[in-house]
Structures are given as C-alpha cells and as structure tokens.
Write a protein that binds this ligand. Sequence first.
Ligand SMILES: CSCC[C@H](NC=O)C(=O)O
Length: 136
Amino acid sequence: MIREIVKDELFLAIKSEEATKKDYQIAIDLVDTLRAHADECVGMAANMIGFSKNIIIVNVHEDYVIMYNPVILSKEGEYETEEGCLSLVGSRKCTRYKKIEVEYSDINWKKKVKKFSGFTAQIVQHEVDHLHGVII
Ligand SMILES: CSCC[C@H](NC=O)C(=O)O
C-alpha cells in the first residue's frame, strides 16, 4: 500500500521500537511507498509512513533493500554534508561517515552484517537516524 509521508516532527522524534516478523506488511508498504516516490527519494524509515518500528528501506543501486532492526556497528571517515528529506521542507547540514558496517535482518529475517560506502552509506545513516528520532 502506498502511504502518506509523515511531516509531523513531534511524531518523527519518537524513538522506534524493535521490529518483529509480524511487521512484514510495513516492509511491503515501504517498498510500495518508496517506489511511488522514486524520483525524489532514495530511502525511507517506517516512521516516515506512520509506524514507529525499526525498519528501513534503502535504494542500493536501484535495488530496494529492507533492513529490520539495523544497527551501525562501526563507522569511519567523517565528513560534513547537507541533506533533504521527504518529511521536511528544505535541507540541513549534518555529519556523516564514508564507510559503515551494519548489522540487520533482511526481508527473510536472515541476519546480515554488511559494509556500505559512499552514497549508500549516507542513506543508511540518514534512515537509521530516523529510527532514533533524529531528523537530519
Ligand atoms: C542522502 S540521504 C537522504 C535520504 C532521504 N530519505 C528520507 O528519509 C531522501 O532524500 O531520500
């Protein structure tokens, strides 16, 4: 289902809860909603579509990757940048890291530990921030 994008900063500031296998439909809704916004958005967190659950979706080279309960294990190569977000008007400055290692469960609940770099790493960091109630 294509969902409305939440623009309420108070709701988005709530820390998300652990996701479970029961949250499959939220993951599917994230796929549908990101697909519907593909021209303007490269990643989303579940709270952006109204669910405070630890689920993100990231466009990794045109492949939509769902991550349940992602945790950034390590990061290196700090830099300053500026980002926008569908839930916000305009853009904001932020600090990001060039390389990260992330642990998550994939769409089939298989545990993964993966390294990401560059723009993909930036998207993952942005979406994981959303789960912690941080909007850029
Ligand atoms: C560079 S990271 C930007 C991520 C942002 N998505 C919102 O959560 C977006 O514009 O798709």
